[in-house]
Design a protein around this ligand. Structure first.
Ligand code: SF4
Length: 279
């Protein structure tokens, strides 16, 4: 059986950095917690818990060191935590930080800031807080209203580039001065592209990642839309031998919050099934 593991499976740069920071803090500090689960992967969250790092929704005076996850947090919340005297370890992804800084710059330069993204997403809430009062959040496909003559655009890092194209075609005739910071991170787009290509050449796709992870579900849906038999799993223990009946090639991809050790375990289990099928 041919096994193809996507080169871009698993942690992206920002997630790897944040998880390393969290484990490093676990070994150096007595009381550490993350503000929200560090990533959408129950196994990593559990492993951090075993190392003494729990997650909280709102900090209290007893919380010691607070780790901020890749999405960042709103400016007000950051100041509140600082005021409480708690130590902050900021693991905001540098690409998200860039989007925050561009939002601030546009606002300082007098632009009406249009932020393309999902308004309920923590990253969007954090970027929005840097954009002053004159900010409009627009979801993909929405038509922005009350556009001023001087408009600046920033984008949630995980938006597809087509969403930005659609927004630009809506705005272009409604304003006189337009400044765009394309803050889309290409990690997601490249992972989707590679997954699509692999899924077109195999009989079975295993998509690995938290069941609550939006980017992993997106990968699984993409594979299904490509017509391949697809299983979304979190760990190797979910793999069933009968999935591989008459399967000549299997592809493995994983969401941005899946650690390498889980991907390795999955590959090892497929190897065992492949050898027993060959025997
Ligand atoms: S997807 Fe991109 S922006 Fe988001 S955490 Fe990963 S590297 Fe950073």
């Amino acid at each position: 059986m041919r096994i193809i593991v996507a080169k871009r499976a698993g942690f992206c740069f920002g997630v790897k950095r944040a998880v390393n920071i969290a484990f490093d803090m676990a070994s150096r500090k007595e009381k550490v917690c993350t503000l929200g689960p560090i990533i959408h992967n129950p196994q990593v969250v559990e492993s951090l818990k075993q190392n003494g790092v729990n997650y909280i929704d709102e900090p209290t005076m007893e919380d010691g060191t607070i780790i901020i996850r890749t999405h960042g947090i709103p400016v007000d919340q950051y100041k509140r935590i600082e005021k409480m005297g708690l130590e902050i370890v900021d693991a905001t992804c540098p690409f998200v930080k860039k989007a925050q800084q561009y939002a601030k710059l546009l606002s300082t330069e007098g632009y009406q800031v249009i932020l393309l993204g999902d308004r309920d997403h923590p990253e969007v809430k954090s970027i929005m807080s840097f954009a002053g009062n004159d900010v409009v959040v627009v979801k993909d496909g929405e038509i922005p209203l009350n556009i001023r003559t001087k408009v600046g655009i920033v984008v949630q890092t995980t938006q597809p580039v087509d969403a930005l194209r659609r927004l630009l075609s809506e705005i272009i005739e409604k304003t006189k001065e337009l400044k765009i910071y394309n803050t889309i991170c290409n990690s997601t787009a490249l992972r989707l592209k590679e997954t699509f290509e692999i899924s077109g050449s195999v009989n079975l796709m295993l998509v690995v990642g938290g069941k609550n992870s939006a980017n992993t579900s997106q990968l699984a849906n993409l594979c299904r839309s490509n017509g391949v038999n697809t299983r979304h799993i979190e760990t190797a223990s979910e793999i069933q031998t009968d999935w591989f009946h008459n399967v000549e090639s299997v592809g493995v991809t994983a969401g941005a919050s899946t650690p390498d050790w889980i991907i390795e375990e999955i590959k090892a289990k497929i190897d065992v099934i492949a050898s027993s099928n060959a025997a």
